[in-house]
Design a protein around this ligand. Sequence first.
Ligand SMILES: CC(C)(COP(=O)(O)OP(=O)(O)OC[C@H]1O[C@@H](n2cnc3c(N)ncnc32)[C@H](O)[C@@H]1OP(=O)(O)O)[C@@H](O)C(=O)NCCC(=O)NCCS
Length: 136
Amino acid sequence: MFTIKHNELRAEEFISLWETVWGSGPSLEQTRLAMDHTLFRVSVFDGDKIIGMARMIGDMGLDYYIKDVIVRPEYQGKGVGRLLINELLVFVNDNGISGTGVFVELCAMPDKIPFYQKFGFDSNEAQRLKMMYTVR
Ligand SMILES: CC(C)(COP(=O)(O)OP(=O)(O)OC[C@H]1O[C@@H](n2cnc3c(N)ncnc32)[C@H](O)[C@@H]1OP(=O)(O)O)[C@@H](O)C(=O)NCCC(=O)NCCS
């Protein structure tokens, strides 16, 4: 059985899981700051091994933004991704203002869009604009 943890995801765990799918991860200092300012962190463990994580950033009232949904490669296809998204949506439900509509957004590569569509996410014609800004 897997263990689900709320708001316990540590920067070291984040980086190690990140590196199982995306290569060299962000710095510890940046990641610690990010963890401290994340609304909600969910992590999934098999024993003492982290196998999945996801986090939610946002303003609670109008916008929630899903970041860093990662399942360890050898655990993919076992329902962990679904569990993570469901946990994030429960967080929105528990914290948003009852009866109001809030945007839950994310950015996904084309091959991951069908995964998110299973939960009701849909895309529009907007494009993601980004740059890697170097902090002085
Ligand atoms: C995308 C990811 C989180 C999915 O996690 P997962 O644990 O493999 O997904 P699950 O086993 O919970 O799958 C849930 C459902 O989505 C489907 N699904 C999963 N990935 C899919 C994909 N790429 N395309 C289509 N369907 C997919 C499953 O078949 C399953 O369908 P079902 O419930 O109808 O049987 C995982 O593949 C991953 O971590 N990938 C690498 C990191 C990444 O790219 N993250 C997304 C960033 S936007």
